[in-house]
Design a protein around this ligand. Structure first.
Ligand code: BGC
Length: 705
């Protein structure tokens, strides 16, 4: 290979669509034929992908196939709920299944790699990218990472329906300063290892083909050039042998980070740190020849990365058959089954935050329903901030879903206001709809583009004039003694204490994808009992952020009658809703926690059992969390740490149980030297419906050497 051909394999350029067909940015068609672009992102459609592939395979000197990549984050054409919504399931099998289906659908269109899963832990809902990930907990992040890698890559990467997974964004992207996108990150080595690395370690162990470094810097070292964390942690320590692909133009941005003077230096820093593919900066193509001349890199450095990229293409089966993906259209039955899965998962992603006086489900009693709000009939918004090949039309809206589910009811609809605009002229008409309605459903929230990349917010309330609309509607519904249900659409927990206080029931519907409206209708009508649990704590005030259940104890814990304690003067410490919160149509009572053995040794395992009974009047699924708290350790441990989740479905009046098994090794923690230790002492085992200590059953066991 010539140097230019080698650098081509280390280059990823963007492609798009013109009216007449696919175009590739700039000089890329010729560049592909010349073998100096080896990877493309954002080209969709099997015909287009194959046409482009033919240029490489038939017209380039070395006939090396192109790797086609795309952000298939929560579905390709059929959209599943956004990741933060799906996290509410706490169900790795479901996470793997949706990833499998997304991969099949994308592969049928010729794609071979997805920039997913996004597994950045986020404890800051101001950060818009919270929507793309697993929420606040590292244990959940790790389980989601494994499940998504497994589902995306399938049993064999070379299969025509397997995608290479790119775990991103490595790492500690979530704690950007003040929740502001792309801002600097500065956290302790301990937090890095305890909170932000575990999901990536899990992704590597699950066999992720690729990893993408984050745009951000960590204490002054941009992740794109972080040799200690890329080459050191990932490759040397975890044995990661896959491809590191930069984020979009991130190598070029090393110049603005202030650690590289020009493209050659930027390229050299990234390559030396272990980054194999330069996405969209052209620094490798243009800068590495200069860096070679200056002696900043060697040919051996370049060859190492080229080998990794070629090895990935080989693993994907591209050399055997570059047209394998995208050669067989899917059957209608496969597409219909996927759509059904999207509906089931969407319904299970909904978190019922409140339900006063059993306002929900509405069942058959609501013959006339007033459906109000700018998100009631907003197909495009239901997609969330990534949508791959899903067009703006075609997502089932709440209006469509409710009309289909309640064919005998009259459903009157008025948006009232737009999502963000200031115009309030539509409010009176929307309020009037409530007059003759048996129930009111308010569909409120963010536009999809208000979360995701470059979508940080400093105010986490409802945008535009939605509060004015909601207050007017709630007042009228109360005056008429009619139940008012709020459905919140958002890519993050919203801060709406006034709404929580005044609505009869509130559902967090996040962005649920293609089947959003059907899923919402199923929950509202009671065909599905909600079972989602929030994977992020919901704040009551922006000043509480970052807010997460797993904090370390203070030496002066909050005490309302003691001034010098850890609290706010003007807001409670407690979240509006704790991590794991979510109501069902059942009423579950947990009792009889037993944990054995009472004394546990390092090689052993503990078993925890708890009885669960459904004392409500409807069948439902309960989610039970297992937390631990190491009461006395040389390094203070979090007040609660999640170690397991179990689910049980019970009929009204039925009694069952859940069981957890936990290897003692899971009770190790990073000691003073940041190495894992198993320290003798007492550990509290806590089991219950969410991370609110008051709702947990607990017992204490001893660890012994
Ligand atoms: C995002 C990545 C994404 C990439 C390619 C970047 O701006 O940060 O998450 O995979 O673009 O679309």
């Amino acid at each position: 290979m010539t140097l230019a051909e080698k650098l081509g394999q280390l280059t990823m350029a963007a492609a798009g669509h013109a009216v007449t067909g696919p175009v590739i940015a700039g000089d890329s068609v010729e560049a592909i034929k010349a073998g100096i672009i080896g990877n493309l992102l954002n080209l969709m459609g099997a015909d287009h992908v194959h046409a482009m592939q033919r240029l490489a395979v038939e017209q380039s000197r070395l006939h090396i196939p192109v790797l086609f990549a795309l952000d298939v984050t929560h579905g390709y054409r059929t959209l599943f709920p956004v990741s933060l919504a799906e996290a509410s399931l706490f169900d790795p099998e479901a996470w793997a299944l949706t990833a499998r289906e997304a991969a099949k659908e994308a592969c049928a269109d010729g794609i071979a790699m997805t920039f997913a899963p996004m597994i950045d832990v986020s404890r800051d809902p101001r950060w818009g990218r919270s929507v793309e990930g697993p929420g606040e907990d590292p244990w959940v992040g790790a389980r989601m990472a494994e499940a998504k890698v497994r589902g995306t890559q399938g049993a064999e990467l070379a299969s025509a329906d397997s995608l290479a997974a790119v775990a991103k964004h490595y790492c500690a992207y979530g704690p950007v300063t003040a929740g502001r996108e792309y801002a600097s990150v500065d956290i302790s080595e301990r937090t890095l290892r305890e909170v932000h690395l575990p999901p990536f370690e899990a992704a590597v162990r699950a066999g992720a083909a690729s990893i993408m470094p984050a745009f951000t810097d960590l204490a002054g070292i941009p992740m794109t050039a972080h040799a200690a964390l890329l080459d050191g942690w990932l490759r040397a320590r975890l044995g990661f042998e896959g491809v590191l692909v930069s984020d979009y133009n991130a190598i070029g941005e090393l110049i603005r980070h202030g650690i590289a003077a020009d493209a050659a230096e930027a390229a050299a820093l990234a390559l030396k740190a272990g980054v194999d593919i330069d996405m969209m900066a052209s620094c490798y193509r243009n800068g590495l020849p200069v860096a070679l001349n200056r002696g900043l890199v060697t040919l051996a450095d370049i060859d190492r990365s080229v080998r990794r990229v070629l090895a990935l293409k080989e693993r994907l089966g591209l050399f055997d058959d570059p047209y394998r993906r995208g050669s067989a259209p899917e059957t209608d039955a496969a597409i219909a089954r996927r759509r059904q899965l999207a509906r089931d998962v969407a319904a299970r992603s909904i978190v019922m935050l409140t339900n006063r006086a059993d306002a929900l489900p509405l069942e058959g009693s609501a013959r006339t329903l007033a459906l109000v709000g700018p998100l009631a009939d907003a197909s495009a918004e239901m997609r969330g901030p990534w949508w791959a090949a899903a067009g703006p039309e075609g997502q089932v809206t709440a209006l469509e879903g409710l009309r289909a589910a309640l064919p005998r009811s009259e459903i009157r609809y008025a948006p009232g206001v737009a999502i963000e605009a200031q115009d309030t002229a539509g409010i009176p008409a929307a309020v009037e709809l409530c007059d003759n309605a048996d129930a009111v459903v308010l569909c409120l929230g963010e536009a999809a583009a208000m979360s995701g990349e470059a979508a940080s917010r400093a105010h986490l309330g409802l945008p535009g004039q939605q509060r004015l609309l909601a207050e007017a509607v709630l007042e009228r519904a109360r005056a008429r003694s009619k139940p008012a249900i709020a459905v919140l659409f958002s890519g993050r927990p919203l801060i709406v204490p006034w709404l929580i206080e005044r609505a009869d029931a509130v559902l967090a519907a996040w962005f649920l994808g293609s089947e959003a409206g059907n899923a919402i209708a199923e929950v509202i009508t009671g065909r599905v009992s909600p079972s989602g649990r929030t994977a992020m704590s919901w704040p009551q005030a922006v000043g509480q952020i970052p807010l997460f259940y797993g904090e370390r104890p203070s030496g002066r814990p909050a005490n309302p009658v003691d001034h010098y304690t850890s609290k706010y003067l003007d807001a409670p410490n407690e979240p509006q809703f704790p991590f794991g919160h979510g109501l069902t149509y059942g009423r579950f009572v947990l009792s009889d926690l037993t944990v054995t053995p009472e004394t546990l040794q390092e090689g052993g395992a503990l078993e925890a059992r708890v009885a669960v009974s459904n004392e409500g009047r409807k069948a439902a699924e309960e989610t039970v969390f297992l937390f631990v708290h190491d009461k006395l350790a040389r390094v203070a441990r979090p007040v609660l740490e999640l170690k397991g989740v179990a689910k049980v479905r019970l009929q009204p009046g039925e009694r069952g149980s859940v069981r957890f098994e936990l290897p003692a090794s899971e009770l190790r923690f990073l000691g003073m030297d940041l190495q894992p230790v198993f320290e003798p002492g007492e550990v509290e085992i806590l089991v219950g419906p969410c991370a609110d200590r008051k709702q947990l059953l607990s017992t204490t066991i001893r660890l012994s050497a």
